[in-house]
Write a protein that binds this ligand. Structure first.
Ligand SMILES: O=C(O)CCC(=O)C(=O)O
Ligand SMILES: [Fe+2]
Length: 369
């Protein structure tokens, strides 16, 4: 389920998706339908890639960062570099609001299928009930909570974006599209940022070993704030450790780096690949706040993270264009906007005469669109 916050609906209009519920009533299944049974390779990854290459004492879960810690910025930078994901506590979003949004989401998904389908999302729509790209006339039921939640998420997403960028040495003044405008009382603001609120519901599954809640992907965002309630299921991919479960912590929020941050940071903060496993006995609700820049602003490796020894790895792209690339090429989308092979470019040392410092070229600036 999606609630539309900005011109993302214009983006979706240009990339219609024709998706249908094959089994609208997944609550009553005794057996896994064939259409939900994934290839055996899934089982391999269930059992064999689970932290076995790490020695005891290694970090096996993404860091939990206290946002009131004076050192939070440094901790965030380290987490972005090594994991691409972290959890935050003391983030200022009241536990009561998290409970309310969870309750509202659960009531929404527990409506009879025929009632939910009345709010089905159209192929070119951003709002409505549906599969994956999914919000609604039901939002009336939960309007106050959703509006309050969106406001809280927007404030937190801005704060986190500045912290992530600050950890790269990028300040507010360095991001033109996000700078304070004449109309916002001189307050720094990610002006006209775009966002989508997505509620995901994972029913219990009679055969969780053979099914997938949400397939492995990266988010096409700057960052995503995820509330996963108390039920685990989210896994992130970490080099050397395989799939690692992100354990739910009370009141915690999961922060994922998305593809646009990957591009903006010139690959220093890679977007995290993640997926969701299903559960035999417990249904699961998650609330994702997918946060990005205004959809028509060009995003490219920032001049502060581009230099003679580290040329820009990606070309400039708008979120609008990138979502189109993602719709077409899915997990290959980042490589579609890559400028040169990473082995030639990434952290190349003593090799600078073969490269240009592109920092004055259009491709490397963040422009107001
Ligand atoms: O349900 C989750 O924990 C993750 C959801 C997710 O990855 C997404 O909505 O993009
Ligand atoms: Fe995701």
């Amino acid at each position: 389920m999606h609630t539309m916050l900005s011109s993302i609906s214009d983006v979706y209009k240009s990339h219609p998706l024709f998706l249908h519920h094959k089994n609208p009533d997944l609550h009553s299944l005794q057996e896994l339908p064939d259409s939900y049974a994934w290839a055996p390779s899934l089982e391999d990854s269930h059992h064999h890639h689970h932290g076995h290459t790490l020695s005891p004492g290694d970090d096996v879960v993404p860091p939990v960062i206290d946002l009131e810690d004076p050192n939070a910025c440094v901790l965030i930078g380290h987490a972005c570099k090594t994991w691409g994901v972290f959890q935050v506590v003391n983030h200022g979003v009241p536990g009561r609001l998290l409970d309310d949004v969870e309750f509202a989401g659960k009531s929404l998904f527990s409506l009879p299928p025929q009632q939910k389908l009345k709010a089905a999302r159209s192929p070119d729509g951003a709002a409505g009930y549906g599969i994956a790209r999914i919000s609604s006339f039901f939002s009336k039921l939960m309007c106050d909570v959703v509006v309050e939640y969106e406001e809280a998420m927007k404030a937190l997403a801005e704060k986190l974006t500045w912290l992530v960028l600050a950890s790269l040495g990028i300040s507010k003044q360095d991001i033109q599209w996000a700078a304070a405008g004449p109309n916002n009382n001189g307050q720094d603001n990610l002006k006209d940022a775009s966002a989508v609120l997505q509620l995901n519901f994972y029913p219990t599954c009679p055969d969780p070993e053979r099914a997938m809640g949400l397939a492995a992907h990266t988010d096409s965002t700057l960052l995503t704030i995820l509330y996963q309630s108390a039920i685990s299921g989210l896994q992130v991919s970490k080099e050397g450790a395989g799939w690692v479960t992100v354990p739910p912590i009370p009141g915690g929020l999961v922060i994922n780096m998305g593809d646009l941050m990957h591009i903006l940071s010139n690959g220093l903060y890679p977007s995290v690949t993640h997926r969701v496993m299903v559960n035999r006995t417990q249904q699961r609700l998650s609330v994702a706040y997918l946060y990005g820049p205004p959809t028509s602003v060009l995003i490219s490796p920032h001049p502060k993270v581009v230099g003679p020894s580290r040329p820009a790895l990606y070309r400039a792209v708008t979120w609008h264009e990138y979502l189109g690339t993602k719709a077409k090429h899915f997990n290959k989308a980042l490589s579609c906007v890559q400028l040169c092979a990473p082995q030639n470019a990434m952290f190349a040392e003593g090799n600078d005469n073969h490269k240009n410092d592109n920092s004055n070229n259009n491709n490397n600036s963040v422009q107001v669109g």
